[in-house]
Design a protein around this ligand. Structure first.
Ligand code: GLU
Length: 481
């Protein structure tokens, strides 16, 4: 074991805070604490078109909500910063130049058009996609001269024969045949690195001892191993955690399971119950015990207790565990939890203006606003109202499911941003806005009369709205023969 344990999570700020990020973060955190090491958070925002600061803030907030803290990161600083890759581009550029000098990478002058037609030809010939390495054989003096004036990427010169081996803590020896691995782009023509280069350079500079990440990255690891070798750096130890799965064993996806941490917060899961639940996925503390704290997990942690058999993210199990945690709270603690959830003055101040003018007695408030304080709703009683007159259940189900995708990129989630997306969506499918808006209202509130639609969507929150739209669609789909 290396003398200093340093581990990290490296989320890309391109979407909502994902349960998978919390899962990987938890195991990194626990491993670091077990060995008195450090846990870092690094933002991998090399994809300039998809990364946003809103997404970064949402990820940090959600990880804090669940109860994880890090020793170094963009918000807390640390000795190896900056911890945001967009602020570290000089490191990657000089690393790429260094790799070229070492003969482990080469400049590639192929145009996007050439790469596109290469791809099309490979597709037509049913060959696996990949770069044909044309620029790899350029004369080095010529390549050197063209680098100064022509746009180019930098590619990894993968060995063409043999295998790349590494040891995975959970899987033992893993090997990939080099011939199957593409000459990966390391530096894009705009001078920004790809994930592979930035990830390896930073793990080295940040002195990461163990890379603990999701299984989906394992096919990248041989490229990373080659990069460490080419730089002459010692590689970290590798741990690829099993992928989380839906109940049908497919890779966990937002189509089948809520994956945003905000969904769990807003529908009333306790962070410690969710963490405990994540800790049970692929890990057993022993004695068939499923309920344990993070501190207990740290005390009992060992990679030998992690198994690879595709852990299933089972919402019913989580709900059951959450119930156990709730029952153990004192009434006073429960009250505090409710206050920090949606019974906060802050949230009530957003809900009240929407009903204020519509009630005549105080006792009408709670029934009128119950959908602001619920997670999932039962759409059965309003199934008929979901479908606009003259439309059918199956097409309405598709519309609602497609709308969920259209709303995915609305960030920040406020009415100014939501409304135009819904209007354009209605246009694009040839529905009257009135038809679509009623279907949305019924899906999100399970009633036909509710406060103004876009205010309602804003206050209910993105993840609950999307979940309800999806489950209304699902309900229609199963109800329609
Ligand atoms: N940026 C990658 C992600 O989004 C990091 C993967 C890794 O840990 O190497 O998960």
């Amino acid at each position: 074991m290396p003398s200093e344990i340093r581990v990290r999570i490296a989320p890309s700020p391109t979407g909502d805070p994902h349960v998978g990020t919390a899962y990987i973060a938890l195991f990194n955190y626990v491993f670091a604490k077990k060995h008195g090491g450090k846990f870092l958070l690094r933002i991998e925002d090399t994809d300039q078109t998809r990364s946003t600061l809103d997404s970064e803030a949402a990820i940090l907030r959600a990880l804090h909500w669940i109860g994880l803290t890090w020793d170094e990161g963009p918000d807390v600083g640390g000795p190896y910063g900056p911890y945001r890759q967009s602020e570290r581009t000089d490191h990657y550029r000089s690393a790429a130049v260094d790799l070229i000098a070492r003969g482990a990478a080469y400049p590639c002058f192929c145009t996007p058009e050439r790469l596109e037609s290469l791809k099309a030809a490979q597709r037509a010939a049913k060959q696996p996609p990949g770069y044909d390495r044309r620029c790899r054989s350029l004369d080095s003096a010529e390549a050197q001269a063209r680098r100064a004036s022509e746009p180019h990427t930098v590619r990894l010169a993968m060995p063409r024969e043999g295998v790349t081996r590494f040891v995975d803590e959970l899987r033992g020896d893993v090997e990939f045949s080099n011939a199957t691995i593409d000459d990966q782009v390391l530096l894009k023509s705009d001078g920004f690195p790809t994930y592979h280069l930035a990830n390896v350079v930073d793990d080295h500079l940040m002195k990461i001892s163990h890379v603990i990440r999701a299984e989906e990255w394992i096919s990248s690891t041989p490229k990373h191993v080659q990069l460490y070798r080419a730089f002459g750096w010692e590689a970290p130890l590798w741990v690829h955690m099993p992928l989380l799965r839906n109940a049908d064993k497919s890779k966990i996806s937002k189509r089948k399971n809520p994956v945003s941490l905000d969904y769990y917060r807003d529908s009333g899961f306790l962070p410690e119950a969710l963490l405990n639940f994540l800790g049970n996925l692929g890990f057993s503390i022993g004695d068939n015990r499923e309920k344990f704290t993070v501190a207990e997990m740290v005390a009992g942690f060992d990679w030998k207790k992690v198994s690879l058999g595709g852990p299933v993210f089972d919402l019913a199990k989580l709900t059951d565990l959450n119930g156990q945690y709730i029952r153990e709270l004192s009434v006073e603690e429960l009250l505090n939890r409710l206050h920090s959830w949606r019974l906060s003055d802050e949230y009530l101040r957003r809900v009240l203006p929407l009903e204020h003018q519509r009630i005549e007695r105080l006792d009408q408030l709670i029934p009128a606003t119950s959908f602001f304080f619920s997670g999932d709703l039962d759409h059965r009683p309003v199934l008929g109202e979901l479908v606009p007159q003259g439309r059918d259940g199956a097409s309405t189900a598709k519309v609602l499911a497609d709308l969920v995708e259209a709303l995915d990129n609305v960030r920040p989630w406020d009415k100014q941003a939501i409304e135009p997306v819904c209007r354009n969506f209605a246009d694009s499918i040839g529905w009257k806005t009135k038809e679509l808006f009623m279907a949305i209202r019924v899906a999100v509130t399970a009633r036909t009369a509710a406060p103004p639609l876009f205010d309602t969507l804003e206050v209910v929150g993105k993840e609950l709205c999307r979940r309800r739209l999806r489950s209304a669609a699902e309900m229609l789909r199963t109800a329609t023969p």
